[in-house]
Ligand binder design. Structure first.
Ligand code: SF4
Length: 472
């Protein structure tokens, strides 16, 4: 950067003359009063100008960084030229559930982190441009692909989460008659039952469900599966089956007091606090309370921001490493801080404290010290002796991630071979040991992100297509 020749070369690029600008964001006071999304859209001129910051790398590292291999430079170039219709068409026709994935994608760790402009200036605002294009597609009808002629084959999908919806989308585009089964009342899986509406409004998920229904996808919600349903029924009625439901076990805190009243797991807190979801259990009310959330991932940030919207008196995040080590999206971390969340870094709980009536009244913690990053870039931590301190809390929420949960022996979906760890074994096309039965997401890879579930589902849809084409 100190070489003047470099400065001269950089001056020729639009990104050096035009700073990155984020999409409009609702004021804090307004957004914490509801559960609606906080980001607005670029106007057309801004979308065009921001897209022009992309230099169209011949070997685009942004694409390498995208778990879904999105055609990023292609639709950025069309946007920079003002061809929004074409850009939106390319994005929607080459992406899978693009408007849903974009909203939950940690882009600042993926495509934007790998953008080559990084280090010279701020990266291209890939996610905000994608957001603009996705909404442009729905507003202008470019998202509504006509249904192809039916190809005569029927596929059952188990699980209406991101993987199941992605598989349905890919197969419906190829003319398959798809039926999606799920035991929940509403389709969407973790996109609805686990992602707060301020990050992904349920109406956006419903809009996609309606589009899938218009393409002929049938949803059977509230499904009650009989024992052996896979082999006794589904493989008889359908030509192929995709198992895309999630199984994972929330991690608990292994310290005294972890079972006190007022200690909650993250997922039930998110689901029961969401105003738009049918109530499946009593609401976890944090009004006027001091809420502490333990964890450093996106789910911890979601809980913190949900507690703010739930009228908590104080909201504090606890993380055992430093801020730079947090695995959460930087964007959502900044949003949480703007909304009044405070953090206590390099602090690890050693006990949750009882108020003598069996309810939590606080935490005892110790300070940690951090070592040099290991091969994966993670900094090991150690407890600093003699650093114990206490914090008051009326509610403690555990957002510690998930462990794999093997398929139980009584599952109606038993049959395919499982690994020693209980994961479903699949081939390169995501097909299990039972011909015609495909699987992906948590069942195969253990606890996984929505983006990885979508990637597996897309691969499985191609595998189902090849499998049934070979039978024709
Ligand atoms: Fe454009 Fe950045 Fe991707 Fe290069 S890495 S194609 S500059 S978005």
């Amino acid at each position: 950067m100190s070489d003047p020749r470099t400065h001269k070369a950089e001056a020729e690029f639009p990104w050096s003359a035009l700073a990155r600008s984020g999409p409009p964001k609702r004021p804090v006071a307004e957004r914490v009063a509801d559960f609606l999304e906080i980001y607005g859209l670029y106007d057309e001129a801004t979308a065009q100008a921001q897209a022009s910051r992309c230099i169209q790398c011949p070997e685009p590292t942004c694409v390498t960084g995208c778990p879904l291999g999105a055609h990023i430079p292609e639709w950025l170039a069309l946007t920079a030229e003002g061809h929004f219709d074409e850009a939106a068409t390319v994005l929607q026709s080459t992406g899978t559930l693009a408007e849903l994935c974009e909203r939950v994608c940690p882009a600042d760790h993926l495509c934007e982190a790998l953008c080559v402009i990084n280090g010279h200036a701020q990266p291209v605002s890939v996610r905000a441009i994608e957001h603009f294009l996705n909404e442009y597609a729905f507003a202008h009808g470019t998202a509504a692909l006509p249904p192809p002629p039916p190809n005569g084959y029927k596929v059952a999908i188990i699980g209406a989460g991101p993987g199941g919806l992605a598989c349905a989308d890919e197969l419906a585009r190829r003319g398959y008659a798809v039926t999606v089964f799920d035991s929940r009342k509403m389709p969407g899986g973790l996109l609805v039952y686990g992602t707060p509406a301020f990050r992904l409004e349920h109406a956006i998920v419903h809009r996609r469900i309606e589009q899938l229904e218009q393409r002929g996808v049938a949803f059977r919600m509230g499904a009650d599966f009989a024992p052996d349903v896979l082999q006794a029924e589904l493989l008889v009625r359908f030509d192929a089956v995709y198992l895309g439901f999630g199984l994972k076990k929330a991690r608990t805190l292994d310290v005294p007091g972890a079972d006190l009243k007022g200690v909650e797991q993250a997922l039930p807190f998110l689901v029961q606090s969401d105003m738009d979801l049918p109530r499946e259990a009593p609401v976890i009310d944090v009004t006027g309370q001091r809420v502490v959330v333990i964890g450093g991932g996106d789910m911890a940030i979601d809980c913190l921001r949900t507690a703010v919207r739930g009228h908590a008196k104080e909201v504090l995040g606890i993380y055992r490493r430093d801020e730079a080590s947090m695995p959460c999206s930087r964007r959502e971390l900044e949003n949480a801080v703007e909304e009044g969340v405070r953090f206590e870094f390099q602090a690890a709980p050693v006990a949750l404290l009882d108020d003598d009536s069996g309810a939590v009244r606080g935490l005892r913690l110790v300070r940690t010290t951090l070592g040099a990053p290991d091969a994966d870039g993670r900094r090991p931590f150690a407890v600093a002796p003699g650093t114990e301190f206490e914090l008051a809390a009326d509610r403690v929420i555990l957002a510690l991630g998930f462990d794999p949960e093997p398929l139980p022996p009584t599952s109606p979906f038993n049959g395919p071979q499982l690994s020693a760890q209980g994961a479903m074994v699949v081939d390169d096309n995501q097909m299990t040991s039972l011909p015609g039965v495909f699987a992906g997401g948590d069942l195969v890879r253990g606890p996984s992100s929505a983006l990885h579930s979508v990637r597996d589902a897309r691969k499985a849809a191609a595998g189902i297509h090849a499998f049934l084409a070979a039978k024709r």
